[in-house]
Design a protein. Structure first.
Length: 267
C-alpha cells in the first residue's frame, strides 16, 4: 500500500479501492485532489493486479483475498487517529459492500463509484454453465475480459495513457469471474447484514460496464439510515476520469465534509 499525506493539518483519511483490471497509478489526479483538499489518502494494488505478485495477474483463489487486503489498508488509516472514509470504484465498490456485510468497521462514511453490482455484458448461458466445471478443473485459465478503456471513459487522455500501460489487465481467470459473480449475489442475499454507515452512491448515467439498474435496486433496499444517490447523467463508468470529474470530486468532498460536521469533527 501507499500513503499520501495532506498539505497542512489533515481533516480525515480516505481509503480508496480501485476496480477490476486496473491499479492505483490510474488514480493520480484523484489522490492529489484529496490531498490538496486536506485529506490523507491510502491506497494499494489489489491481489493479482497492478504491482502485486502474490497471485497471477487477473487471478484470485477467493474474493476474500480482496477483503483481507483492504482491511490492512484500513489498519494503516486508523494509525492517524482521524475519521476514515472508504471510497470504492466498480469492483472496489463491491469489495466495500462485502466488507460492510462481513465486518464492523470504524469508518465515518462510504462513497461508492459505479459499484459492480451487476454487469451489462455477461457470458452466454453456455459459457456461464461451463465456467462452473472449468473453475473446478482449471481455475487459473484466463480469458479476455471484453472490457476496453473506451467503454470506461470518454477521456481521451486516459485512453492514451492506458494504451501503453503494462500494468493494465486484459485477461481474467475463470476463478476470478466465478468469485466476482458469487460476490455480487452475496451483496444482495445478505443485504440485511450491511453495516449502517452514511453512504453516497454515485452512478454513471451512461455506464457501459456496470448495470446501473442493479446498482439502484441494491441502493433502494439497503437498510441504511442515511444514504444518498447521485446519477451523473452523461458520464461513462469511470466518473472520476470523465470530463466532469471536478464536479464529481466536489460532490464527493461535500459528502465527506457534511459527515465530518455531523460528528462534530469540523465546524
Amino acid at each position: 500500500m501507499w500513503k499520501w499525506e495532506a498539505e497542512g493539518e489533515a481533516k480525515a483519511v480516505i481509503v480508496m479501492i480501485h476496480g477490476a483490471m486496473e491499479h492505483h497509478r490510474r488514480y493520480g489526479w484523484l489522490i492529489e485532489m484529496w490531498r490538496s483538499s486536506g485529506f490523507h489518502v491510502i491506497m494499494g494494488d489489489l491481489p493479482g493486479q497492478g504491482m502485486t505478485t502474490r497471485s497471477r495477474r487477473g487471478h484470485i483463489d477467493s474474493f476474500d483475498e480482496y477483503l483481507i487486503e483492504v482491511k490492512d489498508w484500513l489498519k494503516a488509516a486508523y494509525q492517524y487517529d482521524l475519521p476514515v472514509f472508504l471510497l470504492g470504484h466498480s469492483m472496489g465498490g463491491l469489495i466495500t459492500i462485502r466488507l460492510l456485510q462481513e465486518e464492523r468497521l470504524n469508518i465515518a462514511g462510504v462513497i461508492l463509484s459505479s459499484p459492480c453490482l451487476g454487469l451489462i455484458h455477461t457470458p452466454s448461458k453456455f459459457l456461464d454453465v461451463s465456467s462452473h466445471l472449468i473453475n473446478r478443473v482449471f481455475p487459473a485459465l484466463r480469458m479476455d475480459s471484453g472490457i476496453t478503456v473506451k467503454m470506461a471513459t470518454r477521456n481521451e487522455e486516459v485512453w492514451e495513457a492506458d494504451s501503453s500501460d503494462t500494468l493494465y489487465i486484459t485477461k481474467v481467470s475463470v476463478r476470478w469471474y466465478r468469485e466476482l459473480a458469487d460476490s455480487i449475489k452475496q451483496a444482495f442475499l445478505v443485504m440485511d447484514k450491511t453495516q449502517d454507515v452514511p453512504l453516497l452512491v454515485m452512478q454513471a448515467g451512461e455506464d457501459k460496464i456496470v448495470n446501473k439498474n442493479s446498482v439502484k435496486e441494491w441502493f433502494n433496499h439497503a437498510p441504511l439510515s442515511e444514504k444518498r444517490f447521485k446519477v451523473w447523467q452523461n458520464c461513462y463508468h469511470e466518473i472520476f476520469n470523465e470530463p466532469e470529474r471536478e464536479d464529481v470530486f466536489e460532490y464527493a468532498k461535500d459528502f465527506v465534509t457534511s459527515q465530518l460536521k455531523a460528528i462534530g469533527y469540523i465546524v
